[in-house]
Design a protein around this ligand. Structure first.
Ligand SMILES: Cc1cc2nc3c(=O)[nH]c(=O)nc-3n(C[C@H](O)[C@H](O)[C@H](O)COP(=O)(O)OP(=O)(O)OC[C@H]3O[C@@H](n4cnc5c(N)ncnc54)[C@H](O)[C@@H]3O)c2cc1C
Length: 418
């Protein structure tokens, strides 16, 4: 779950790059996600790109089902559970309060617009039938939601990439981009591979074009290539609790809260895992380190980078009480349990233990707005015009990775005129 900076970094040679130095032969290709949850496609905008209502939910079913759990499993062969056809943990988005009902109805309407399969609203009695320990007044039932072994999905993507002629360089922590000195890129003859990507250990890869998907470091990668530093990435740590093994009977499937559009990533979730454990949470607290998975992890550079950014200052000022309560919940798990009890009243403090954490790469603009849309950008000039950065791929970008890949491929073709 934890990793040191760039320990898991990988650099995939693509778009006609050519190896210039040592090739890493490490075949480990695991981008670990803290969760294995694969959303079905309830909701958000009917437009494939914007995902303005609840970025936690899948942006779009692209019409061929590439954003469904079944598609991810069929495509990768990764072990998973559910998908409606077989028994397993589907998803209930549960309203426990009357004031949540309009948002739930809105979510349902968006799901229908996006052709989410078999999505329906259910009442109290059916909630009880599906989740006997869950208290709710109305819920959105999404039977085609499931869980999958995500490391296996990532490995499968890697295998496909290699089969198609790609090379994967593990442990290649990109530290710079430069135009090669051999000639002007884009000149009459041009150079076949005018961009050199350099790594921290001195490795180099020559490329025609560069596409980065840097997650928590997407803004820094952009800056390294001379492109914009905004939107800025601010790390938010999410801590999970884990239900004790003798209490896992309390949760049958994925139980989700109705998302609040102001804070779409907040709210407790009950997530069954492939190994049979149930994770509860996460919360969201400002992390003092980009890969700071523990409460006391600290990096002066990351900390200063975050707090000196006007966007974060504005966000904090506007949401100081919310931020403090998230911090409080991360220290005193009893208050986290109180939130869980809104959905499953039987859960007590004695039933949970502290679990793992994940760090969310939250993109922020300088006005302190959470960027909840995809952001692809590049720069000007002979270097910038050959680079495209995926600056923001909000959750659930894992689930919708096949659809997003298609979107990125289209963008790349258009941008680089391929
Ligand atoms: C707690 C948590 C739970 C989540 N749960 C879900 C879920 O259930 N379902 C879902 O669909 N999504 C989920 N997400 C969201 C999902 O993880 C992200 O949307 C997705 O990972 C974004 O993909 P990405 O490629 O932009 O970034 P990442 O997946 O973070 O990948 C970025 C990669 O770039 C590498 N990198 C960074 N800098 C460098 C460098 N300088 N050189 C080389 N490599 C570099 C990193 O090592 C990393 O491998 C969750 C996120 C969090 C934090």
């Amino acid at each position: 779950m934890r990793s040191t900076e760039c320990e898991r970094a990988w650099f995939a040679r693509w778009l006609g790059g050519r190896r210039a130095s040592r090739r890493e032969t490490d075949h480990e290709f695991t981008r670990e996600f803290t969760r294995e949850f694969v959303h079905s496609t309830p909701v958000s905008s009917p437009d494939p790109k914007p995902c303005r209502f609840a970025p936690r939910l899948v942006p779009v079913d692209d019409g061929v089902g590439a954003a469904t759990p079944a598609a991810v499993r069929a495509r990768t062969g990764a072990p998973g559970v559910a998908d409606g056809e077989i028994q397993g943990p589907a998803q209930l988005i549960v309203a426990v309060d009357r004031e949540e009902l309009p948002r739930l109805d809105d979510l349902y309407a968006r799901g229908l617009q996006n052709n989410v399969r078999d999505l329906r609203l259910v009442g109290e009695q059916e909630i009880r039938e599906r989740e006997p320990h869950c208290k709710g007044i109305k819920a959105l039932d999404s039977p085609y939601t499931g869980i999958v072994d995500w490391a296996e999905v990532a490995r499968s993507y890697g295998r496909d990439f290699v089969e198609m002629g790609g090379e994967i360089h593990m442990g290649f922590c990109v530290s710079g981009f430069r135009e090669t000195a051999e000639g002007a890129a884009g000149g009459a003859e041009g150079m076949e591979y005018p961009i050199t990507v350099t790594g921290k250990k001195g490795e180099e890869v020559r490329c025609r074009f560069v596409l980065t998907c840097g997650g928590l470091y997407s803004d820094r990668l952009s800056r390294l290539s001379g492109c914009s530093s905004e939107p800025r990435i601010v790390p938010f740590r999410g801590d999970y609790l884990v239900l004790k093994p003798n209490k896992t009977y309390l949760v049958k499937g994925n139980i989700y809260p109705v998302p609040d559009p102001r804070f779409p990533f907040l709210g407790v979730h009950f997530t069954p895992r492939m190994d049979g454990t149930i994770w509860l949470g996460p919360n969201a607290v400002l992390a003092f380190k980009r890969e700071g998975y523990r409460l006391l992890d600290f990096s002066a550079r990351d900390f200063l980078d975050a707090i000196l950014f006007r966007g974060l200052q504005k966000l904090v000022l506007r949401n100081i009480s919310k931020g403090m309560s998230e911090m409080y919940r991360s220290i005193f798990i009893g208050s986290q349990v109180k939130l869980l009890q809104r959905y499953i009243p039987e859960i007590t403090l004695a039933d949970v233990t502290r679990g793992p954490s994940g760090v969310r790469a939250q993109a922020l603009d300088r006005d302190g707005n959470l960027v909840d849309d995809f952001v692809f950008d590049g720069g000007q000039g002979s270097l910038g015009s050959r680079v495209m950065h995926v600056r923001n791929a909000p959750s659930p970008a894992a689930t919708s990775s096949l659809s997003i890949a298609r979107m990125i491929a289209d963008e790349v073709k258009q941008r680089f005129q391929l």
